[in-house]
Write a protein that binds this ligand. Structure first.
Ligand SMILES: [Zn+2]
Length: 356
């Protein structure tokens, strides 16, 4: 079939395809889609479905509405779970957005040139969400630049009181240069991480201190969009931001002077922060050689787990900086529950905005 051939239902250029499909799936069609994906919310009203990201039967699920003629949805539990029909299907099936558009065109019967499956493709079994492939994570991190080489990003974070040079020295954050090639999961809020404002990249470590994923953060959240993005279709549960001492603590490795990191953490305390700004503020506030500087660990949206808790040495004084909102209180309760019998946990308020 030649490229010149066109018809009423021929495929539009890539950019229009996204717009066409968003408009095709208004609120009603989006609800139908949720139903077809087995995510219909039985318990509640007509404008809800279960979240394709959480899939936990949470009573709140996602709310579905319409904006500018496009169906939109939003998870009540995780602010990153939101978007249009494209994001919904991409998350529900763990496919990338371009694939999702193709599938939605097929479902909507928009593109007659796409071969029709006689029946819907078999649903993938719902596997627990995983971390992105380790090699792709390492490669993307290696493509990120020191913050100093991306003055626009460095300035935006310096303006928030972050010591940018220090963040660089301690491998706490890097900048993703514009236009760099990124893996398919580095996508969110309608574009690739390297195309939009989400170009401050922070490494996420697992309970053994290994680099397991990345989180992309905007200095200032674009209107109506999330503040940060985690890899599409992947989980961040069990992953935390960690300063060098915390990384050693998680890995169970000694410090440079051979003193067990657990002893140092017990002596110097552990500060647990929530969100990227508070983590970077705390993790860059002490001089590298400062004796007695605490270990700093940052979680994102309750990524804390028992496995992470188990790495905190018994007897450590833990200072927990809680956001002044319901989610913050919930995360604190969880941390106290998992640490309370082994450590002294002191809860302090970090302020609703994140950065002090
Ligand atoms: Zn969700």
């Amino acid at each position: 079939m030649s490229r010149a051939q066109s018809g009423a239902h021929a495929r539009s250029p890539q950019s229009d395809r996204f717009g066409d499909i968003k408009r095709h799936f208004g609120a009603a069609a989006l609800l139908e889609l949720a139903q077809a994906e087995g995510l219909h919310h039985r318990g509640s009203g007509r404008n809800r479905s279960e979240c394709p990201g959480c899939r936990n039967g949470d009573v709140r699920g996602v709310s579905i509405g319409e904006r500018d003629g496009c169906g939109v949805w939003k998870c009540q539990r995780d602010e990153q779970h939101r978007g249009t029909a494209i994001d919904f299907l991409a998350l529900a099936r763990s496919i990338d957005p371009v694939e999702a558009v193709g599938e939605l065109e097929r479902i909507a019967g928009i593109d007659s040139r796409v071969p029709h499956h006689p029946s819907p493709p078999p649903r993938k079994p719902v596997a627990p969400p995983a971390y992105p492939p380790a090699q792709e994570v390492a490669k993307l991190w290696s493509r990120c630049a020191p913050l100093g080489l991306e003055p626009e990003i460095a300035a935006a974070w310096a303006a928030r009181g972050i010591d940018v040079g220090h963040a660089e020295d301690r491998s706490l954050a890097r900048a993703l240069p514009r236009g760099v090639e990124v893996p398919r999961w580095a996508f969110g809020a309608g574009e690739r991480w390297s195309e939009g404002p989400y170009r401050l990249i922070v490494p996420l470590h697992d309970c053994n201190g290994r680099l397991a994923s990345l989180h992309a953060r905007a200095a200032v959240a674009p209107h109506g969009k999330p503040k940060g993005l985690s890899p599409l279709g992947c989980t961040i549960v069990g992953l935390v931001m960690a300063d060098p001492l915390t990384r050693l603590m998680l890995a169970g490795e000694p410090c440079g002077d051979d003193e067990p990191s657990a002893n140092v953490v017990r002596r110097c305390d552990l500060v647990i922060t929530e969100g990227v700004p508070d983590f970077l503020t705390w993790a860059t506030r002490f001089n590298e050689r400062a004796t007695g500087a605490p270990a700093i660990l940052g979680m994102i949206a309750g990524s804390w787990t028992e496995a992470v808790a188990a790495r905190v040495p018994k007897g450590t004084a833990v200072y927990l900086r809680q956001h002044a909102d319901a989610a913050g209180a919930k995360y604190s309760a969880r941390i106290v529950e998992t640490l309370g019998d082994r450590c002294s946990v002191f809860v302090t308020e970090a302020g609703a905005g994140g950065a002090p």
